[in-house]
Design a protein around this ligand. Structure first.
Ligand code: SF4
Length: 239
């Protein structure tokens, strides 16, 4: 549950996981150009008040932040400072965002960030080995209080080397959805789970994706069953 806060909209494809980006897919239905980044009407949502003068978003709400763009995209540089101010002001909420641009995080943090705001999680996507090699060490060293790795859509077997550890709060794995989805193999999922268990890092198998291979057999899984099937596997690991 929680509240979606898409404060800006539009993005540029950054890595292999972006190939079938749902923002692009959904915008295409409305003939909207997803590569144009614009502030949305919900930009001020965290500090908006209702007629009684109370916050529209109640204390304790989990804010799913920037899910139709990337919080660290260049075009948002001029707006991000104000966004950080709102985030800082609403320290009674929790903010959760995912980026494919960890190399931009350091230069985009607010002056009073220190080792990170306690109520902010910044996750990083690592969908294939190329992106693990490029992002893992860099991301691990960033001053962020809550870090989490997202392997979604998982595109191949991954090797984190000795890069995982207590600094990472969870690794989440999932396949790709949509008509053109690429295959996700259960062996790759289990391989990540094994590495998480060895490093004592929580692991979550979120969803199978549309084309799921298990023991060499390919399954086409309807959207509404993808999370359920992953849950049924019962392979989540908690420390
Ligand atoms: S970074 Fe995210 S929002 Fe941007 S193109 Fe890639 S998948 Fe889409």
């Amino acid at each position: 549950m929680g509240e979606m806060w898409n404060l800006w909209h539009g993005c540029h494809k950054k890595s292999e996981g972006c190939q079938h980006c749902y923002v692009y897919r959904r915008d295409a239905e409305f003939e909207k150009d997803s590569s144009i980044v614009t502030k949305t009407t919900r930009f001020n949502l965290p500090i908006s008040r209702n007629r009684s003068g109370e916050w529209k978003v109640p204390s304790g709400t989990l804010m799913w932040t920037c899910f139709t763009s990337d919080f660290f995209i260049e075009e948002a540089d001029e707006w991000r400072h104000e966004a950080w101010q709102m985030i800082h002001r609403r320290s009674d909420l929790r903010f959760f965002m995912i980026t494919k641009r960890p190399e931009r995080i350091r230069e985009c943090l607010p002056a009073d960030w220190g080792e990170g705001y306690e109520h902010v999680t910044i996750g990083c996507t690592m969908e294939n080995q190329r992106r693990v090699d490029e992002r893992l060490a860099l991301y691990r060293e960033l001053p962020i209080r809550h870090k989490t790795i997202i392997c979604e859509p998982l595109l191949e077997r991954l090797d984190f080397g000795d890069g995982l550890g207590p600094w990472c709060e969870q690794v989440t794995v999932g396949g790709e959805s949509g008509a053109e989805a690429r295959v996700c193999d259960y062996d790759w999922v289990l391989g990540i789970r094994t590495q998480c268990m060895a490093a004592n890092v929580p692991f979550h198998f979120k969803q199978t994706g549309a084309h799921f291979r298990k023991d060499g057999r390919l399954y086409n899984i309807a959207r509404r069953l993808q999370m359920q099937q992953a849950h049924r596997a019962g392979i989540d690991f908690r420390t």
